[in-house]
Write a new protein. Structure first.
Length: 237
């Protein structure tokens, strides 16, 4: 039986690259994002390269954590095993004291609460099956706060902290947990013209990080994986 990977925020950027990676590893896929048309395009692109990959696409609004929790529970229950979960769904929002409560709520719903809900559901499933891998997409902004994106950084800091706790909890159950924390990655979300795209972290760098963690020996693990961006660090000097 093929292994199964569930990937959120799958239709663009990092999530899209991760979806192609697990397809190349011969995983069946459950791809989740908000826009169904983008998911269909991704499914077609993957199937053009990997005709025998089973792909299910699901449209979900991560700004509604209760709906996310309800639908993910159904998905998980319908599958005998969930071997890999990648919590990649997220949005970037600039601002600090200028943000409204509704904006902060949306940011926390999408970047934190919905991802925590999926992590919890996946963790309980993986405990019962005795194995699994959970990869959470944090951010360097969750490790080193950035004032101009303070609320975003806070959402990521909370998710990094939760992921680290999840690592400790699930270690005795043969479940790998790693929070990947890249700085600025070359995606449409960061394409504001301030930094040349070629100077940013590339999506394939994130894939290499995941592949590295996955191929460590059974006695080794990485709970948090920072991926720094040279140009950002040079700006601090």
């Amino acid at each position: 039986m093929k292994k199964l990977a569930l990937i959120t925020g799958a239709s663009r950027g990092i999530g899209k690259a991760i979806s192609h990676y697990f397809a190349s590893q011969n995983y069946s896929l459950i791809l989740i994002a908000r826009k169904h048309e983008n998911l269909n395009k991704l499914k077609s692109a993957i199937n053009n390269e990997h005709q025998k990959i089973d792909i299910e696409t699901i449209s979900l609004d991560f700004n509604n954590p209760l709906e996310v929790e309800s639908k993910i529970k159904v998905i998980v229950d319908l599958n005998k095993t969930i071997d890999v979960v990648v919590n990649n769904a997220g949005i970037l929002m600039t601002g600090n004291t200028t943000l409204s409560v509704s904006e902060i709520t949306r940011l926390m719903n999408i970047n934190l609460i919905s991802n925590m809900a999926i992590s919890n559901i996946a963790a309980e499933k993986m405990k019962k099956q005795g194995h699994g891998e959970i990869y959470n997409l944090g951010s360097m902004a969750g490790l080193e706060p950035v004032s101009k994106i303070a609320a975003y950084a806070a959402s990521k800091a909370a998710f990094v902290s939760y992921s680290q706790s999840l690592y400790d909890e699930l270690l005795p159950f043969n479940i790998k947990v790693c929070c990947l924390c890249p700085s600025v990655v070359n995606t449409d979300m960061t394409n504001d013209g301030r930094i040349s795209n070629e100077l940013k972290i590339q999506t394939h760098d994130v894939i290499k990080a995941i592949d590295f963690v996955r191929n460590l020996s059974s006695g080794a693990s990485i709970s948090t994986f920072p991926i720094r961006c040279n140009i950002i660090d040079l700006e601090k000097k």
